[in-house]
Design a protein around this ligand. Structure first.
Ligand code: HEM
Length: 459
């Protein structure tokens, strides 16, 4: 690379200069939905592209995003996300709407309060230590598949916090079902966004359906077993499952039946580990690539923890660690694309929106918008230093979404990622694998396309 300034830019997607049409759009979208997002979306607030007579909008302007996710939210629905995920997640919090969503959200909210979650920090640290122990059996400086390893660690965490007693049966079923979902991801996403019928053949449809049935059955069996154990012993462990079983809608007093418990358990499994794993993997890559930032983090972690295991009281004080995680989620948002479908005629800025229109909000492009970020493609965690962070528009930086459907696990994810990253940096140094730059690929989450190996030097 001749220009030294460019060497500072981590891998990014080169958007098409002009909007793609017809087959070119479909094939780019299937390959990588972000490769179908044209340059204009990074420069303008809204850009319209009509495919097959259907109104389709790319929206990245904060005021417009706010109107879709907050002010005019009743005019839109989450149809494509629900279609894609409801075979697995039924009508749980992520995949329901209206009154059905509201009471489940209200009933579950207390499980995810910041203070309650700090109690899980030892669990986060333990999962990280297990991973580091595994790395110890490899030669010093060996390449480790950090993307896979972060998924294992966050999977351990969600199993240990949701249902510590049952992960031996449920864990492998969730993992294989997730893998199938990702493999069929491009097609599933495309079909869902285009509104194709559910039965339309696509790669992975049948194997995915089989895995889903097996997975739901194993979670239901685990739930029955848990009820039986609790009834026999009169005792119940204080995990998230127990808290969910006791959860009540504050308005009606309603609690969840077994079907709804299965829906939400799977929702937390699915929504709650892969996203955080992606955030951590991309963050480790950036830390490996920018050793000066690694050194600043190490200094902060040593100062705050005194070299002892990370505790709940440290989380707030690991300020630079959190800035780096936030900047990493700006460049590589774990959920790269949100979308809504219009159901009632409305206006979005100057544009009249018709029922059936798809409003796609590419968070990846929003986070690199030319008008809103200085050097949008450069890694600069000081953007999230308190005095600068205050100037970022609420609807310009959305790794967790916004409005009433904002991620319920935001605090969980931030505490978990902070504890895991700080523990990893106490125990290891990371360096890029030569010739193996990761490339962002949008599926349900933002994957490193060919994996993400890093050199790991344990201390
Ligand atoms: C870095 C990690 C995470 C990221 C980036 C993330 C991102 C998101 C985003 C963008 C949404 C909104 C989707 C939309 O509006 O269409 C969402 C919703 C959701 N997330 Fe997360 N998430 C993360 C971690 C978690 C964790 C740890 C949990 C649970 C343990 C979780 C559970 C959920 C649930 C249940 C919803 C649906 C909320 C609702 O519709 O009311 N997420 N997440």
């Amino acid at each position: 690379m001749n220009n030294p300034a460019l060497a500072l830019i981590p891998p990014r997607i080169q958007p098409p200069a002009n909007p793609l049409k017809g087959l070119a759009f479909l094939s780019a979208f299937l390959r990588n939905p972000l490769e179908a997002v044209p340059q204009a979306v990074y420069d303008e607030d809204v850009s319209v592209n009509a495919v097959g007579g259907m109104q389709r909008l790319w929206v990245t302007g904060p005021a417009l995003v706010k109107s879709v996710l907050l002010d005019d939210r009743d005019k839109y629905r989450k149809l494509s996300q629900i279609r894609l995920l409801s075979p697995l997640l039924g009508t749980g919090i992520l995949t329901s709407e209206g009154a059905e969503w509201k009471w489940q959200r209200q009933a579950s909210a207390p499980l995810f309060r910041h203070q309650e979650l700090l109690g899980f920090v030892p669990t986060f640290v333990r999962a990280t230590e297990t991973l580091v122990e595994r790395w110890r059996s490899a030669p010093a400086g060996a390449l480790q598949p950090v993307d896979r390893d972060m998924t294992l660690a966050t999977f351990d965490v969600i199993s240990a916090t949701l249902l510590p007693s049952a992960d031996r049966t449920v864990g492998p079923a969730v993992e294989s079902s997730m893998a199938l979902f990702q493999r069929a991801g491009g097609w599933g996403l495309l079909y869902a966004i285009l509104g194709a019928p559910r039965w339309l053949p696509r790669p992975g449809l049948i194997s995915g359906a089989r895995a889903t049935v097996a997975l739901r059955a194993s979670v239901a069996a685990m739930l029955r077993e848990r009820r039986a154990i609790e009834a026999a012993s009169g005792e119940s462990p204080d995990d998230l499952l127990h808290r969910l079983m006791c959860a009540r809608d504050p308005e009606s007093g309603q609690s969840m039946n077994d079907e709804q418990l299965v829906d939400n358990l799977l929702t937390f499994y699915l929504a709650g580990h892969e996203t955080t794993a992606r955030a951590l993997a991309w963050t480790l890559y950036l830390v490996a690539r920018y050793p000066d930032w690694a050194a600043r983090l190490e200094e902060e972690i040593e100062r705050v923890t005194g070299g002892r295991p990370v505790e709940s009281a440290h989380i707030e004080r690991l300020a630079l660690v959190q800035q780096v995680i936030k900047e990493s989620m700006r460049l590589y948002p774990p959920v790269p694309l949100l979308s809504r479908q219009c159901v009632t005629p409305t206006r979005l800025g100057d544009i009249e929106i018709r029922p059936g229109a798809t409003v796609a909000m590419p968070i990846y492009a929003m986070h690199r918008h030319a008008r809103r970020w200085e050097n949008p493609d450069a890694f600069d965690p000081t953007r999230f230093a308190p005095e600068r962070e205050a100037a970022i528009h609420r609807y310009q930086y959305l790794p967790f979404g916004a409005g009433p459907r904002i991620c319920i696990g935001t605090a969980f994810a931030m505490i978990e990622a902070t504890a895991i990253l700080a523990t990893l940096l106490q125990k290891a140094r990371f360096a890029p694998a030569p010739g193996r730059e990761p490339y962002p690929l949008a599926r349900v989450t933002l994957l490193p396309r060919d994996g993400l190996p890093l050199k790991v030097e344990l201390r």
